[in-house]
Design a protein around this ligand. Structure first.
Ligand code: NAD
Ligand code: FES
Length: 289
């Protein structure tokens, strides 16, 4: 079985949105879960948090950034192509409940997995305050969608080109120091951002969750590739997570593990770009097939 690509476009430079026909995945999907896809039979398996899903129309939306060889290949696909595998939903769904005021923090491409959470927390009757941040205005994604699903929306850019000039953590701190009680914070983005959010919330008594994206292989708890240390205990992000209590995560260990395969990833990208993006093309039989 293969999976049709129903829609595909570049949202901002190097960040792409893809809608995949996968009715069974859409029917079972919940906010916070992820899928694993493979482009072709010999391809790498890549995990991506679900950005949206539509049960009636039977599709799942994913949003990804070109980073390694596989995401660069994925970015080249069009609606004429198909995916070999699209497995999910995987992982534990977010524990959506009526709490009061929920602050959602999305950094960079992490705004994509925050979007279904905004919808779900709102539907559950919460006041949703969202903070979305990017390096600059031209890299900001899902602004209108997040505005529609939030009672309040704050925008931050590292260069000050839109909204608050600074990091998402500046607004988190302002809110925590303000008059309004915050019942839960959910933060998703680059590990360095999630670690910074965990640091900011430390002196406050507010439940804070982060969604971890360590290296994953099978996504079913068998390979151990995604192990993370939570409160001194080994957990598998793919089956025990991906959401964990921010204050219990050993971010330094997770970040050093994420860096383990960086030299191989860089080499794969270099070979891919040299062979497959050359003017003459690879002519078949190389690593892009
Ligand atoms: P980025 O580097 O552009 O950062 C996005 C925002 O995060 C910044 O605008 C800033 O507000 C905040 N931030 C960054 N560094 C910070 C710091 N030191 N302190 C406080 N706030 C900080 O983000 P990007 O390039 O989109 O990030 C891509 C990364 O996000 C990849 O590593 C990807 O794997 C990860 N990601 C994770 C998930 C997930 O599920 N956890 C989902 C999507 C992407
Ligand atoms: Fe293999 Fe989680 S990805 S155990």
């Amino acid at each position: 079985m293969t999976y049709d690509i129903l829609e595909k476009y570049e949202m901002v430079p190097t960040v792409h949105l893809m809608k995949i026909r996968a009715p069974d995945v859409a029917k079972a999907a919940k906010a916070g879960q992820f899928i694993i896809l493979r482009i072709n039979e010999t391809g790498e398996r890549i995990p991506l948090t679900i950005a949206d899903f539509n049960v009636d129309e039977g599709y799942v939306t994913i949003i990804f950034q070109e980073m390694g060889k596989t995401t660069k290949q994925l970015a080249k696909l069009t609606t004429d192509d198909k995916l070999q595998d699209f497995v999910g939903p995987l992982g534990q769904p977010s524990k959506i409940e009526k709490l009061g005021t929920v602050v959602l923090v999305g950094g960079g491409v992490g705004v994509a997995p925050i979007y279904p959470q905004a919808k779900a927390y709102r539907e559950a009757g919460n006041k949703v305050i969202s903070i979305i941040g990017a390096r600059s205005e031209d890299l900001l994604i899902l602004e209108d969608e997040m505005r529609n699903e939030s009672d309040e929306l704050y925008i931050t850019t590292d260069d000050g080109s839109k909204g608050h000039h600074g990091f998402v953590t500046d607004i988190v701190l302002d809110l925590l120091e303000g008059d309004e009680a915050v019942d839960r914070i959910v933060a998703i983005g680059p590990p360095i951002m999630m670690r910074a959010v965990a640091g900011v919330v430390e002196p406050f008594d507010v439940e804070t969750l982060v969604s971890l994206n360590p290296v994953m292989v099978d996504g079913t708890g068998m390979c151990g590739g995604c192990r993370v240390l939570i409160d001194g205990e080994t957990k598998f992000a793919c089956v025990d997570g991906p959401e964990f209590d921010a204050r219990k995560v050993d971010f330094n260990l997770m970040m050093s593990r994420l860096g383990l395969y960086r030299p191989e990833e860089a080499e794969a990208v270099e070979v891919y770009e040299k062979e497959c993006e050359s003017e003459t093309g690879c002519g078949g039989g190389c690593t892009c097939q």
